[in-house]
Design a protein around this ligand. Structure first.
Ligand SMILES: *[C@@H]1O[C@H](CO)[C@@H](O)[C@H](O)[C@H]1NC(C)=O
Ligand SMILES: *[C@@H]1O[C@H](CO)[C@@H](O)[C@H](O)[C@H]1NC(C)=O
Ligand SMILES: *[C@@H]1O[C@H](CO)[C@@H](O)[C@H](O)[C@H]1NC(C)=O
Ligand SMILES: *[C@@H]1O[C@H](CO)[C@@H](O)[C@H](O)[C@H]1NC(C)=O
Length: 305
């Protein structure tokens, strides 16, 4: 798979020149979200395997629930680095060689727009690749570089990077050693992304795994839940229905997950919008209740705690 990816990336690097990058001009704010991780982020909702005796013969059922419909205010950065109106499956030209279906991205975007129509246009940057482990996402690797490059391209036409949505971990549940190293690797990844994108306060919203085929799911889940970086928020996949393949969450689960991600994003966003300015100017003198400014204080003081 890696040589194949390389080929694709190399072709892109040749094709893309700055003139093509992120062709969007909108009078509204473009809110940019990175979607990264493995197959559940890429989306397998509605993918059915018709193969027998363990053979793979997969197709996507094409069912797009109302919560995942396209909307002129939801764009997607395609593999050619252009903004186009987003449409399921969001990762079809990114997570190549797989049958992609419904993921959480469209449900997330529709839910954010529905509840905060004033936010403007949403720009999704799909980067997830099925079956990948956290080591393959390490800084300097193909997947990492691709994600950073796509995000930088997305930002070229203006807009604001609003969050990284991350759903990964299943591929690290197979050996005890990987599961033990997961926390360190995940934390390092998040820190590197914030640094390389020069966005130290970028919210990271991750999904905690709920089950897996590997034996060490509990260790990986614990690692996810224990990430104590101030801008990391966690949404729990526990209870979301897993499909007939026992490997991926279903279309309806993806709809629900997208809404949970939107809830978490909007809470973070509103807190930041409402409190950031006063706190920044009044950090020392303000007697404002700590309760609602904890998040921002955490962001500012995080490194010292
Ligand atoms: C895959 O499944 C479809 C739908 O059941 C069937 O029509 C097709 O022949 C199968 N293809 C292969 C290669 O088995
Ligand atoms: C960006 O360019 C592509 C290719 O020219 C076009 O299909 C797409 O609609 C454009 N996107 C927007 C949002 O204008
Ligand atoms: C991660 O995946 C790569 C490629 O499949 C593999 O070579 C490597 O051993 C895996 N690493 C870990 C720590 O599982
Ligand atoms: C997809 O997510 C579900 C729920 O967390 C989990 O049980 C499953 O292992 C995940 N599958 C993959 C391939 O990540």
């Amino acid at each position: 798979m890696i040589p194949f990816l390389w080929l694709i990336l190399l072709t892109h690097i040749r094709w893309v020149n700055t003139a093509d990058l992120a062709n969007v001009s909108t009078s509204q704010v473009l809110n940019i979200f990175i979607l990264a991780g493995q197959s559940n982020m890429s989306g397998r909702g509605g993918v059915i395997n018709h193969g027998q005796n363990g053979l793979a013969n997969e197709t996507w059922d094409g069912v797009i629930p109302p919560e995942c419909q396209s909307n002129p205010n939801i764009l997607r950065l395609n593999a050619g680095f252009q903004w186009i109106e987003a449409q399921e499956p969001l990762h079809q030209d990114i997570d190549l060689g797989k049958v992609c279906g419904v993921g959480p991205g469209m449900s997330f975007a529709n839910s954010v727009l529905k509840r905060d129509p004033s936010i403007g246009v949403i720009g999704l940057v799909p980067c997830a690749i099925g079956g990948t482990n956290i080591s393959e996402w390490a800084r300097g690797g193909v997947l990492y570089n691709h994600m950073i490059r796509r995000t930088e391209a997305a930002l070229q036409g203006g807009g604001k990077l609003q969050a990284l949505l991350w759903y990964q971990g299943e591929s690290d549940t197979e050996t005890l050693e990987d599961a033990k190293l997961y926390r360190f690797r995940l934390k390092r990844l998040f820190k590197n992304v914030l640094r390389d994108l020069q966005s130290p306060t970028l919210p990271v919203i991750q999904v905690a795994l709920a089950s897996s085929i590997g034996s060490y799911m509990e260790q990986v889940r614990k690692a996810q839940l224990s990430i104590n970086l101030p801008n990391v928020r966690t949404v729990d996949a526990k209870g979301l229905p897993v499909g007939m393949d026992y490997v991926h969450i279903t279309t309806l689960a993806q709809v629900q997950l997208g809404q949970m991600l939107a809830d978490t994003f909007l809470q973070t966003h509103q807190t930041t919008q409402a409190v950031l300015l006063p706190v920044q100017t009044e950090t020392v003198t303000s007697n404002a209740p700590r309760r609602c400014s904890n998040f921002v204080l955490d962001l500012l003081l995080g490194p010292f705690r």
